[in-house]
Write a protein that binds this ligand. Structure first.
Ligand SMILES: Nc1ncnc2c1ncn2[C@@H]1O[C@H](COP(=O)(O)OP(=O)(O)OP(=O)(O)O)[C@@H](O)[C@H]1O
Length: 268
């Protein structure tokens, strides 16, 4: 494992010159990105700009065509089983659709990573840990014994978050966590992520289309356009960048509304 992973100041994620192609289509061409320890970085970009492909490359589900990636000091596609295990144990992932096992209860879903990585844990302790994560994700204890189909969309997201937190990972990947939630549910989920990030010292890589989320909880925003990250900076800096997609996104009607909501939230 690379030594720089242990340095408190080293970026937790570093991408250099990444290329991703599907046949004749080039999705990323020379993409660079750094994610700093302890930040929530919001990743935005038009539909098809390659946000999910970027995330899949970072969690080792896709081998980029070129470039260097380091996540927690290791290459996510390393052949070394120890390095792969290190990544699996230290990253939590919340996929867009939650990706819960539909035939397992919420409690059993949360216990899946515990069983896989800590098979020697007594069953009673595994149950207690699952209960803790479910409560941490803001669900009532009785959600533990329910099937995902018996929960609302917002509760399913929380259950998936509980599973992502099962192994106490320092790094969390969230793909559109508030998609499909009503504005009040989305704002509550944003607050939950911020609270957990602060309480647990998490680093969060968060793909979103939700401008309210960006204004509410992101420390920096990375903008994907033109097949790369065209800017990664705090929102106030991003808003001032002269780029057509950034301008349309942040200064269109939805951008103005989100800005106004954030200003009101700050005043109250
Ligand atoms: N497995 C695949 N095979 C072929 N093309 C793919 C594959 N995965 C992604 N792509 C293409 O790569 C491009 C980027 O996809 P990606 O899902 O990363 O976009 P996105 O920015 O996450 O979009 P959205 O905001 O709509 O979710 C798209 O044009 C998509 O069709």
């Amino acid at each position: 494992m690379a030594d720089h992973a242990s340095s408190a100041h080293a970026p937790l994620i570093q991408v250099r010159g990444m290329v991703n192609r599907f046949g004749a289509q080039t999705v990323h061409e020379g993409l660079d990105l750094e994610v700093r320890r302890g930040e929530i970085i919001g990743v935005v970009g038009g539909s098809g700009s390659g946000k999910s492909v970027l995330m899949r490359s970072l969690i080792g589900l896709r081998q980029p065509d070129a470039g260097e990636i380091s996540v927690l000091g290791v290459d996510p596609r390393s052949d070394d089983p120890g390095e792969r295990l290190h990544l699996e144990r230290n990253t939590g992932v919340l996929f867009q659709d939650g990706a819960l096992f539909s035939s397992l209860t919420v409690g059993e879903n949360v216990q899946v990573p515990l069983k896989e990585h800590h098979p020697d844990l007594p069953e009673s302790l595994r149950y207690e840990l699952a209960l803790l994560k479910v409560r941490l994700a803001g669900l009532p204890a009785d959600a533990l014994d329910k099937l995902p189909s018996q929960l609302s969309g917002g509760m399913r997201k929380r259950a998936a978050l509980a599973r992502a937190l099962a192994l106490d990972p320092p790094l969390l990947f969230l793909d559109e966590p508030t998609a499909g939630l009503d504005p009040i549910g989305a704002a509550a989920f944003d607050r939950l992520i911020r609270t957990l990030q602060q309480a647990l010292g998490l680093t969060v890589f968060l793909i979103t289309h939700d401008l309210d989320t960006l204004y509410a909880i992101c420390d920096r925003v990375a903008v994907l356009a033109d097949r790369k990250v065209v800017a990664a900076a705090p929102l106030d800096e991003i808003e001032r960048i002269d780029h057509p997609w950034i301008h349309d996104y942040f200064h269109g009607p939805r951008g103005r509304a989100a800005h106004a909501t954030a200003a009101i939230a700050e005043d109250t």
